[in-house]
Write a protein that binds this ligand. Structure first.
Ligand code: NAD
Ligand code: 6OD
Length: 486
């Protein structure tokens, strides 16, 4: 039987809480293994190890030594690519074709990129005149913030965890990671990598468990944690922010979205359909940047709906390793129930169900998996919960519009502000509309095209702060100004 253990101070341990829970495959409901649940004692041990490591060999390394060792973490993930791939696919059920192109390569790239950024970045410098004529020099000095708690979701487990652990360690911090209870495997495996490449003990720690009254809450409430970086639902982000208030700890929050796509009649239709197909259905719709609201200019509305319907119906579900599989299951029965409740609501509110709306017929060996049909609706008013609330499933509502101003107004009428896509071949329109979108990330004629040096994050209720490239320094370092009177 597989066991998912905590990784504390360089050692794997079951801990002594006596609590555990099952890891279940979303593909067929089979038992993967047990996950040991951390209690207060394990969380405290992990945080104490992380704090002690700050003043050990890790804290004494030069930037060159630290960033070299992080580049070796990337190399080792790549060397063990197939193990990471198998672990991620087993936990999530996502197609191998997706995880091998996105999740695992990005897991490695996150370490490489932040090592490069830290190695090559400088701080500001201001010489200033003084009344006595001798002058003074000001320069910025960045120091690690300390122990960083990293709380992760289940949709892109390795990618999103390393997106935070990479910059945290590159800046000289130590971390305690709490992976999602649904996806413990790759964070655990990364502990082996840290030991192999010689990351000092206590620098990278993992505690498993749930959120409230479990590892997540114990970690974010722990007084020796200096900063909390969180990716997950907006409601959880609010709770974590309250937990961080005690002790005035900083937070970086990457939260939910209800992302629009605006498709103008002057778009390249093939590209718009291909991009929207990915943005709605990739990872079974479980991507925070995913499109759930599509606004299409009336002249091409019928054609667009017909093409996207065909694309939805070609999303073949199946075992992750099957080359023909295009879509995996949702992460859990509980999440499927949440998505199905929205499917039922859409029908009850009178939506036209263009395609999908239920659970697909699967072969007997997959019948216990958490499969769901890719779904498209039209005909709902903008006030509907289907158009207001994040669903996090493979579905979208398509609404026609007549003018640019109307499309922008509908796209921005949301409490979220994470991402959007604009599809047009008119360059002036692209820039004009992009500048008016209330989002952290705006793609023109693309989706999820990522340069890791750019700022990533959400506005409004989609988050606080930006991470990526030098923007990550804002959260992962303390900036001191040194003023030297000459
Ligand atoms: P979630 O908020 O339910 O859980 C995320 C993590 O928080 C889990 O590890 C969970 O155990 C932990 N947690 C829950 N309650 C906690 C508490 N009180 N204290 C401390 N930790 C707690 O999110 P999820 O269902 O795992 O992920 C899906 C959500 O994540 C969606 O809303 C999606 O939009 C969002 N997301 C956002 C981004 C982004 O970059 N903005 C990226 C990926 C996912
Ligand atoms: O690409 C990234 O860096 C990132 N944080 C993606 C988030 C995807 C959300 O599901």
């Amino acid at each position: 039987m597989r066991e998912f253990k905590h990784f504390i101070d360089g050692e794997f341990t079951t801990g002594s809480s006596g609590r555990s829970f099952d890891n279940i495959s979303p593909v067929d409901g089979s038992f993967i293994g047990i996950i040991h649940e951390a209690g207060q004692a394990e969380v405290h041990a992990a945080v104490a190890a992380a704090q002690a490591a700050l003043s050990g060999p890790w804290g004494k390394m030069s930037i060159a030594e630290r960033t070299d060792i992080l580049s070796r973490v990337a190399d080792e993930i790549n060397r063990r690519f197939d193990e990471f791939l198998a672990a991620e696919v087993a936990d999530t059920g996502k197609p191998v074709s997706l995880a091998s192109h996105l999740d695992i390569p990005r897991g490695a790239a996150n370490f490489k990129m932040f090592a490069d950024v830290v190695r090559t970045s400088s701080t500001e410098f201001f010489p200033m005149p003084t009344p006595d004529g001798t002058g003074a020099l000001n320069y910025g000095l960045r120091k690690p913030k300390g122990v960083i708690a990293v709380i992760c979701p289940w949709n892109l487990p390795l990618l999103l965890m390393t997106w935070k652990v990479g910059p945290a360690l590159a800046c000289g911090n130590t971390v305690v990671v709490k992976p999602s209870e649904e996806t413990p495997a790759t964070a655990t495996l990364l502990g082996e990598v840290m030991n192999t490449v010689g990351i000092p003990k206590g620098v990278y720690n993992v505690v498993h468990g749930l959120g409230p009254d479990s590892a997540g809450e114990y970690l974010t409430r722990h007084p020796l944690v200096n900063g909390i970086t969180f990716t997950g639902e907006t409601g959880t982000g609010e709770t974590i922010m309250r937990q961080a208030a005690t002790g005035v700890r900083n937070v970086s929050l990457e939260l939910g979205g209800k992302n629009p796509a605006i498709v103008f009649a002057d778009c390249d239709l093939d590209k718009a359909i291909e991009g929207t197909t990915r943005s709605v259905f990739a990872n079974c719709g479980q991507v925070c940047l995913g499109t759930e609201r599509v606004y299409v200019e009336r002249g091409i509305f019928g054609t667009f709906v017909e093409h996207l319907k065909r694309a939805a119906e070609s999303q073949r579900p199946g075992r992750p390793a099957e080359p023909k599989t295009k879509i995996g299951p949702l992460i859990s029965l509980q999440h499927r129930e949440k998505v199905l409740a929205f499917y039922r609501l859409a029908k009850a509110e009178g939506a036209t169900v263009v395609t999908g709306g239920g659970i697909p017929d699967m072969p007997a060996d997959l019948a216990m998996g958490t499969w769901i049909e890719p779904t498209i609706w039209t005909g709902l008013p903008e006030s509907s919960a289907i158009i207001r609330d994040e669903i996090f499933g493979p579905c979208c509502h398509i609404q026609p519009f007549d003018t640019e101003a109307e499309a922008i107004a509908m796209a921005n009428a949301t409490r979220y502000g994470l991402a959007c896509s604009i599809w047009t071949e008119n360059l002036s329109r692209a820039h004009r509309v992009a500048a008016r979108m209330d989002v952290g990330l705006c793609w023109v004629n693309s989706w999820f095209l990522r340069d890791l040096r750019t700022p990533f994050g959400g506005s409004k209720q989609s988050g606080i702060g930006r991470e990526g490239g030098i923007h990550s320094f804002e959260f992962y370092t303390e900036l001191s100004n040194i003023c030297v009177k000459l």
